[in-house]
Design a protein around this ligand. Sequence first.
Ligand SMILES: [Zn+2]
Length: 472
Amino acid sequence: MSAVPRLWLVALAVGLCTCRTEAVREPRPAAEPAALRYNVTYVREPEHAIDVEIVLVRGAPREFHFTQDWGVDAVQAYGGAGDVRVLPVREGGVSAPRGTRFLRYRYPVDALIRERGPQLFGGMAQGEARHLAGRAWLLRPRALDPSLRVELSVNGVDALLPWEPGPDGLYRLSAEDLIDSGFHGFGGRRCQARLPDAVIEVAILGKMTHLRDAEVCEWLRQTAEEVRTVRRSFPHPRITVLVFPVPRRSEANVFGMVLWSSPPSISLLVGQDTTRAQLDEDWVALHELLHLTHPTIIPRTPWISEGLATYFTELARSRSGRQAPERSWQELLTGFERGRRQARGRTMQQMVEENRPPGIYWVGAFFALRLDVELRRATGNQRGLPDVLELLALQGSTSTVGAYGAAVDAVAGRPLFDALLAEELRLPAFAGLEGLLEGLGVTPTPSGVKLQRARDSLLREALDGQSDSSAQ
Ligand SMILES: [Zn+2]
């Protein structure tokens, strides 16, 4: 067995989403020389490794580090007179001596996988394909200088990085792009999932037993379409998804994660032996794609980000027609019960402080449901939580809890967020669940959820999309 199950747990423990500011870049004249140039050469002999040369010119920074200190022991610094100094990597970084013209190092992909086992960021291998994250192998300037321009070229491999290369194959970036440089696929095969307003570039990094590449891309296209039941358009014109088949596993999704590169990049670990029917039942890919519908909340606030993605993962599947609304409500109820078992009578405030999955996901999803219902009550069932996401998207790629609350109030047309949150935080988690369900006409029975007419059943139909289908 591979080390993937262990990795799955480790990755969950460190949290699903990392936050960063998405770069908004001014167009720059092509003739201007870059301040930092990365020449990346992928080598396969005697085993897979990445050779990196960083050319320093014109006031380039001299302090560099790996976002995640992973596996490079030393960096060579080349001076103008041909002198070479070996700089040991200390605390994840190096300081280039004055007069340094180049930094060179090798990231030993396969040696590290052999030593430490497969790791989501540090490296995973299947056949000739490799899955990495830039944070492990890419040495980046320690200080953020928004004006610093970066050029990056990759030779010797077909790479899928989060950014779109220019016609000359060169990636033109800002230093900000290197803060979280996302997931990187090397080798493997490519397909595209095309939406009316976006394209998803997919790297399939290994062999699928039962699925053709086109089927994998079609599954991702259908899943991405469900994101458009929450937002009016797909949140980015182009994103990248790495699909890594996990040997000897048959479930559709072993693990998924989005990294906040600019644009975001997604990794999906898919059971190698999974079937198309199992993919149709999967929710992990949708969950990760739904993270693109909300801004990055700073500081990181999982009860909002995971709550939104978890809540909409269920609703989007009935809004798209993939599953009956009864199933969506059943899934939400099952999740709320899981959360309630973890809470053991504790308040939402205590759950937020504990910040542990799965409870934090479901506490957040319950609050998202409460907000959505209150927004619909306040606006005569005309507006809801998706309108809050549209408003936030106009304000930029990052937000705060305060700005999130202000957007809720703006959509509601009156102050609502602070009082609702304060009330919810001090109550035992999920305290109002039964009353809320009764109002919506969602009735749990031993044979599953029944949906019935009730005071707020029209609101419920707006949430799960049934009002759209019944109007047709
Ligand atoms: Zn998530």
